[in-house]
Design a protein around this ligand. Sequence first.
Ligand code: ACO
Length: 151
Amino acid sequence: RSTLDDDLFLRPLASTDNARGHIELLTVLTSAPALSQQTYASTFQELKAALNTYFVIVIVQRSTDKIVGCGSLVVERKFLRNAGLVGHIEDIAVSKSMQGRKLGLKIINTLEDIGKGVGCYKIILDCSQSNIPFYEKCGFKQKEYQMVRYM
Ligand code: ACO
């Protein structure tokens, strides 16, 4: 398991993290327009209200009080596998200037620990071909295909 240097710490997302650049960080992934604090806080509350379903973690840089990494685990209840749980890893992002310093690995390791802790029988994710080597380094293997239809 990788460790973080002293200027960084990992914690669950907080309702005030909009001001620490959470949404701006997500722009390394895809379109992530700024949210008003009201929308951010109500989205945070919506996720929190779905008990034991959304686990969003962030890495904060102490010296700047900015979020430099984040990731989510969404836990899905199944009817199959004896009403089992599947974990979905989503929205992994590390700020450009901090990439290549094992923050991504730390985020994945932590989400895996959470998934294991809540009893997921597997954890899955979708990614681009270029990110396959990263997830392989994290211990994942390629399986199946992703399908999408935009609305
Ligand atoms: N190709 C090959 N190897 C890679 C890549 C890559 N694209 N990215 C990381 N690695 C390797 C690293 O070299 C390292 O290997 P090592 O242990 O041999 O040194 C290992 O994977 C761990 O790398 P980290 O330093 O932890 O990776 P980083 O902190 O840069 O995070 C991430 C990787 C999350 C992909 C980051 O580059 C990023 O935010 N990219 C833009 C957004 C993105 O694509 N997010 C993932 C979308 S998929 C999803 O969210 C489910």
